[in-house]
Design a protein. Structure first.
Length: 396
């Protein structure tokens, strides 16, 4: 322990292109995706001896398939790092990748580590089916199989039914509560695709996206360059017959991984690099589970207050777009925020939302945006199923 908290720097951040469900990355195991970004991250800082990495933190929301047995440690071994480098896997559902960043940064801040890697991974394509153990031995009846791809399964009957609605129904409830209509959701989704397509065309993702070995995926797979307001309006609601939430204004199911290199001052000198950004503050909050989409609202307020900053000082904000309805609900509760700084390179509706990786992806995204700008205050935030919000403030 130290007498004071150490500054924590984001030295570098990488991610895979995001694959669609059943798409280009569906043949790649999640532990291999994690190992790929970990290896790529380390290789980009050749002055750093990998043995100096004190710990590797990875987020993962599923943990029921090939990413079991602590995917962070598996990634260390598969990436060929020294066996002396440990690894820990954390789960805060959609916030898992950011939670990994926060926990790694906290270890550095208190002096428990000098150099750490934090990231996240998810393969929703390869999420397995699971079968609960029967109540008695040798059952003669059929057993129910559950998909672990997304959402509730094997729900505890003690949970109130209003808490365990589907994620899409939760988005409908948020749309109802905050008065967000279908047209606004579709317009937001269309802009997400347009911004993402422009960013890729302009090379704005070149600094952070690394290839996946053996896979031909030149950019994020779910971006729809040719979609239109008319095409989005023609889609039927998914969760209510008279609803507003569609496949077009929701994030898709995805595969991908992301990783960040974090250090203190001594670790930074060992890298021989200029940092992208400094981590200033974080916050986590809880909310009624069915209104999980509004979780980021208070988390962002608290994180900015800890950092001594205001919304009108934010120069870049990555808000994970689980649904257009929830993103718009959050934005409507942040008066003073410049809408032009929000998801300037597209959000999860277009880029994708591989659950355990998304928090690391958007944290790396704002770090790179700060480095490109040369100065500023950035925020990354996500809503989280079962009713939580998570936010992180970075500065340069």
């Amino acid at each position: 322990m130290t007498d004071r908290l150490r500054d924590v720097y984001v030295v570098d951040a990488v991610r895979t292109p995001i694959g669609k469900h059943g798409g280009a990355l569906s043949g790649v195991r999640p532990d291999d995706l994690a190992a790929g970004v970990l290896g790529a991250l380390v290789s980009r800082t050749p002055d750093l001896d990998p043995a100096r990495i004190d710990d590797v933190h990875f987020g993962n929301a599923n943990g029921a398939g090939e990413e079991n047995r602590d995917v962070a440690r598996m990634a260390v071994l598969l990436a060929g790092l020294p066996v002396t480098v440990p690894g820990v896997t954390v789960n805060r559902l959609c916030g898992s990748g950011m939670e990994a960043v926060i926990q790694a940064a906290r270890a550095i801040a208190v002096g428990d580590a000098s150099v750490a890697v934090a990231g996240g991974v998810e393969s929703m394509s390869r999420a397995p089916w699971v079968v609960p153990k029967p109540d008695r031995a040798f059952p003669a009846t059929h057993q129910e199989m559950h998909s672990t791809t997304l959402g509730w399964r094997m729900v505890n009957p003690a949970m109130p039914k209003e808490w365990t609605v589907t994620l899409g129904e939760g988005a409908e409830l948020v749309a109802d509560r905050y008065g967000i209509d279908r047209a606004a959701q579709d317009a937001f989704a269309l802009e997400s695709h347009r911004k993402a397509a422009r960013a890729w065309e302009a090379g704005l993702y070149d600094a952070e996206v690394v290839a996946v070995d053996g896979v031909d995926l030149p950019r994020d797979e779910c971006i729809r360059d040719t979609t239109s307001a008319g095409a989005l309006a023609a889609l039927r609601p998914v969760f209510r017959t008279d609803g507003t939430v569609t496949a077009g204004n929701s994030s898709p199911l995805n595969d991908g991984a992301a990783a960040l290199l974090l250090t203190d001052e001594a670790g930074l000198r060992a890298t021989g690099r200029e940092p992208l950004a400094r981590i200033a503050a974080s916050a986590v909050t809880g909310i009624e589970p069915q209104y999980f989409g509004a979780g980021p609202v208070e988390a962002v307020h608290r994180a900015l207050k800890k950092a001594g900053r205001r919304l009108d000082e934010v120069t870049a904000l990555e808000l994970n777009e689980a649904f257009a309805a929830q993103a718009l609900a959050c934005l409507g509760q942040w008066p003073g925020l410049d809408p032009d700084v929000v998801n300037p390179r597209g959000g999860a509706i277009a880029v994708g939302h591989p659950l355990g990786a998304s928090g690391a992806r958007i944290t790396g995204a704002v770090a790179h945006q700060l480095a490109a700008a040369g100065t500023g205050t950035a925020v990354a935030s996500l809503c989280i199923g079962v009713g939580q919000g998570l936010a992180l403030v970075l500065e340069r």
